[in-house]
Design a protein around this ligand. Structure first.
Ligand code: PEP
Length: 256
């Protein structure tokens, strides 16, 4: 089984000192009681450099929460993939629903970002997910399929080695209402079919698919045992080291 991946998305929370303290607390807990997973955190841009330093030699990855698709130029306020590599980032989250819905990022924009991030040596965590209205209209599979196909259009087959897909139903993000294991399993199976169709059988069977949406210490164990879940993308509950690590440790039993 591929090692699960648990990523904490800190969003727009924490100045440098708070972010560094949180990173150090995660390292301490990881040493005391290891989680048998790969860990990564996604601090705000302003804390990326200091968190990267704080996590050096910890084995914990650092992801950015977004990036632009060009290396440099007149794009006021944007951060390029080259700059992310320069501060020591390993990964970038792209297509997060807050980017899609609050900042109106289209599938085509997400696709440009995915291509640029990969070209610059970043691993990509690509988020896909339906809104509540789309789910109620029975369009979940259709929406996921469209987001997946457009975001990954034109990539070489081996690009998938550097991509994680995270299923994040929009209605579950920050709402305290997680998707049920049955709902998750159904969408993850669809994503696996898409992976197989697009990148081949081996990629389809070995890729881990993350789930994100109100994952908390008290529901993580149940969600982690949903066969199709290969890790979590955690928002709110990743802002405290204890809850983040207790979520990560849920996979320990799974791996026994
Ligand atoms: C997220 O923003 O990716 C997320 C899953 O948030 P939360 O865990 O707070 O629902």
């Amino acid at each position: 089984m591929t090692t699960p991946l648990v990523v904490g998305n800190w969003k727009t929370n924490g100045c440098q000192s708070e972010s560094v303290n949180l990173a150090r607390a995660i390292v301490r807990l990881k040493r005391r009681c290891p989680a048998r997973v790969q860990l990564a955190v996604a601090p705000p841009f302003t804390a990326l450099a200091s968190v990267t330093r704080a996590l050096r030699r910890s084995g914990i990855g650092v992801a950015a929460q977004n990036c632009h698709w060009l290396e440099s130029g007149a794009f006021t306020g944007e951060v390029s993939p080259t700059m992310l590599r320069d501060v020591g980032c390993d990964m970038v989250i792209l297509g997060h629903s807050e980017r899609r819905h609050i900042f109106h990022e289209t599938d085509a924009v997400v696709a440009q970002k995915v291509e640029a991030a990969l070209r610059n040596g970043l691993r990509v965590i690509l988020c896909v997910g339906e809104t509540l209205a789309e789910r109620r209209q029975g369009r979940t599979a259709k929406v996921i399929t469209r987001q997946f196909r457009i975001a990954l259009k034109g990539l070489a087959k081996n690009a998938i080695d550097n991509i994680e897909i995270a299923y994040e139903p929009v209605w579950a993000i920050g709402t305290g209402q997680n998707a049920s294991p049955v709902q998750i399993a159904r969408v993850h199976r669809r994503i696996r079919q898409l992976l197989t169709g697009r990148f081949g059988k081996a990629a389809g069977s070995r890729s881990r698919i993350l789930y994100g949406g109100s994952v908390k210490p008290d529901n993580a164990a149940v969600l982690a045992t949903t066969g199709e879940v290969g890790g979590f993308l955690v928002g709110g509950a990743s802002l405290a080291a204890e809850s983040f690590m207790s979520i990560a440790r849920c996979f320990n039993q799974e791996l026994n």
